[in-house]
Design a protein around this ligand. Structure first.
Ligand SMILES: [Zn+2]
Length: 389
């Protein structure tokens, strides 16, 4: 410890303020408080006693790095955690996220389509398990639920009502998911498109960390996307912004289930990719994963199919990235598993499209979080909403 030239009393007051400043960032176990403050463990031990006696801090049960422990918390700093929910086709997953960044996940396997009531009951059952995990409060401060489909927003749209694609996939009809989950959990719930949340997670913790303006593309059986502008998800007037899978890249192309013609999904989605790779006959690949695996193993037809998909992605990315001045294109989903076989084609096409108006070609990156991105993004969005309120 270094004397700052003042009296012992001044030094002690400075050290006390230092501890309070550290705890203002979030609760910490005492040993981590010593590391964060740069003070010795003996000094921290003495000063923590003073702060506890003064009632300025509290010692509470908590979870740190997945283990139960005692944590020190500023009095008045809301004991809170935030809930992310992912209603997937094969699993329902819930994640808790505390102020200090600790996260826990509970999962229930499901098989789509599953009944709406099963979704609500399963989420409530999984969230109840958090009470055994030593979280700082019985209930989350708020929740965000991810769904694979359009979430309509805008004037006259009931909040949290699911979009048509998801209705059809699950057979749920028109359901007020946010309202029903809020009633089951006793907290505010917001519904968000899964790709938007994956993009949010990539921005905070993944491949898009240095960027505030980027596009995210999820390339798998279906093709989804998200647009992040100035560090925020851009939803557009009705919630459909960033749906790059349903942006026309071939005006003379095939009709798409969405009603459009030549959508990116009709060119690089699972069915188109498998067909381009000669799939479905004589043991040829039948899924995106199999096409990617065969391409990586050297299968020429699969390599060509992947490269053509990359060219299509690069073309779309070029037309979007220039007018919006995007810094990065993040590609996720099974197709991204092809790595440079895909990305080299994306970059080549993108470079040829962007011209000289920009100082540099946008970065092209594979999503870093992938399978966990949606759930992590949901929990981060719930925390963001709580901080904004
Ligand atoms: Zn479409």
């Amino acid at each position: 410890m270094t004397s700052r030239g003042g009296s012992q009393q001044e030094l002690r007051a400075w050290n006390l303020r230092r501890l309070l400043d550290c705890l203002a960032q979030g609760p910490l176990p005492q040993i981590e408080l010593a590391a964060a403050s740069g003070l010795s463990e003996a000094t921290v031990s003495n000063l923590v006693k003073v702060l506890l006696d003064q009632g300025k801090i509290l010692l509470e049960p908590g979870v740190r790095n997945g283990r139960r422990t005692k944590v020190l918390r500023l009095r008045g700093q809301e004991a809170s955690w935030h809930l992310g929910v992912d209603l997937g086709r094969t699993a329902i997953r819930v994640a808790s996220l505390t102020a200090s960044g600790d996260a826990r996940v509970h999962t229930a396997e499901v098989s789509a389509p599953y009944p709406y009531s099963h979704a609500i009951d399963t989420v409530a059952g999984l969230v109840a398990r958090f009470t055994e995990d030593g979280l700082p409060a019985a209930k989350p401060s708020g929740a965000v639920v991810a769904v694979p489909g359009l979430v309509r927003t805008g004037a006259g749209t009931p909040p949290g009502l699911l979009g048509e694609g998801y209705h059809q996939a699950m057979g749920w009809g028109s359901v007020p998911l946010a309202k029903d989950l809020a009633a089951a959990l006793g907290v505010d719930v917001a519904v968000e498109n899964d790709c938007n949340l994956a993009a949010l997670a990539e921005m905070h913790e993944g491949a898009a960390q240095p960027y505030r303006d980027f596009m995210y593309l999820y390339c798998d059986t279906y093709v989804g996307g998200a647009l992040v502008l100035d560090g925020r998800i851009y939803r557009g007037g009705g919630g459909a912004a960033g749906e790059f899978g349903h942006t026309s890249v071939d005006t003379d192309g095939r009709p798409c289930w969405c009603g459009g013609v030549g959508c990116l999904e009709t060119v690089i989605g699972g069915a188109a990719l498998v067909e381009a790779a000669g799939g479905g006959v004589d043991g040829r690949p039948t899924t995106v994963e199999q096409v990617v695996e065969a391409a990586r193993a050297g299968d020429e037809a699969c390599r060509d199919a992947v490269a053509r998909a990359g060219t299509a992605i690069g073309g779309l990315a070029g037309t979007v990235a220039t007018p919006l001045d995007l810094g990065c294109v993040v590609v996720g989903g099974a197709l991204a598993g092809a790595g440079s076989l895909l990305l080299d084609a994306v970059r080549t096409r993108l470079t040829s499209f962007v011209g000289r108006l920009r100082p540099s070609t946008p970065e092209v990156a594979v999503a870093a979080l992938d399978a966990d991105a949606v759930l992590r993004g949901a929990a981060l969005a719930a925390r963001q909403a709580a901080r904004a309120s």
